[in-house]
Design a protein around this ligand. Structure first.
Ligand SMILES: [Zn+2]
Length: 250
């Protein structure tokens, strides 16, 4: 089965059956590719590896947008190449390694678990690789060190676990988590507003990033004001619980 589909020239995406996780493949020079958040179930990782090989595409770099289990995976066939992440992501992937492996569950081969979370701190704010300039847009919403990637040449914003149409905002449990989340949205807004494609970590790719930002800001406004939200995402899987937790943060 083919998992990867072409979204635009130079850009392939595989959408998981599990929470619509989007694995992103950015084409670089000479068949080299940048893999962002490849995942998620073992069989899908196998299929992505097979798809890449079949298309003669070779991973030359990886990137994890943040330190949650579904964004830290790798596959032996992707090769031993630099896998980058923000310094906070590297720190959290190390300090929470046991929880991350437990969250993945029993369905992974040992060789994949051994590679999970083995990321290195990005030396700057762009990903060193032979491909389109890929700038990391750092913020602390969702989790410390959360990183979006802005690829100006393609007009692509890879948003990590922000700007989803299926998941509500998922702040962490830090003090002022909602304020930090709002600041993260404001950091992303200028990129989202000009992006041809906003690719959320989970959900549907959109060309209307402004609408995604506005929806999340409106949701935060309702929380802050103690108003009942009419956000349709509350009805999605597990989101009633998230909404209750978010209301408790306000
Ligand atoms: Zn996450």
């Amino acid at each position: 089965m083919t998992r990867l589909r072409k979204v635009a020239t130079g850009l392939l995406v595989a959408t998981s059956r599990k929470y619509e996780l989007n694995s992103v493949v950015v084409l670089g020079q000479n068949g080299g590719v940048l893999l962002v958040d490849p995942g998620w179930p073992q069989d899908e990782l196998d299929e992505i590896a097979a798809d890449l090989a079949q298309q003669s595409l070779t991973p030359v770099a990886g990137f994890s947008t943040h330190a949650h289990h579904d964004h830290l995976l790798w596959h032996p066939e992707f090769g031993d190449v630099p896998r980058w992440a923000s310094p906070d992501t590297v720190r959290l992937a190390g300090s929470h390694r046991d929880e991350i492996l437990e969250a993945l569950g029993p369905d992974y081969r040992d060789e994949v678990l051994a590679l999970t979370g083995r990321v290195s701190a990005l030396p700057g704010l762009d990903i060193p690789w032979l491909g389109p300039q890929s700038d990391v847009v750092l913020h602390d919403a969702h989790i410390d060190g959360h990183s979006a990637i802005w690829i100006a040449e393609l007009g692509v914003l890879i948003a990590g676990d922000m700007l989803s149409d299926i998941e509500l905002p998922l702040p962490d449990d830090s003090s002022n988590a909602l304020g930090t989340y709002r600041a993260g949205l404001e950091t992303l807004a200028p990129y989202a507003s000009i992006a041809r494609f906003v690719i959320p970590g989970h959900g549907t790719i959109t060309s209307d990033g402004t609408e995604r930002v506005a929806a999340d800001l409106a949701y935060l406004d309702d929380l802050a004001a103690g108003r009942e939200s009419t956000d349709a995402r509350i009805g999605n899987s597990e989101m009633a619980e998230v909404h209750a937790a978010n209301r408790a943060l306000a």
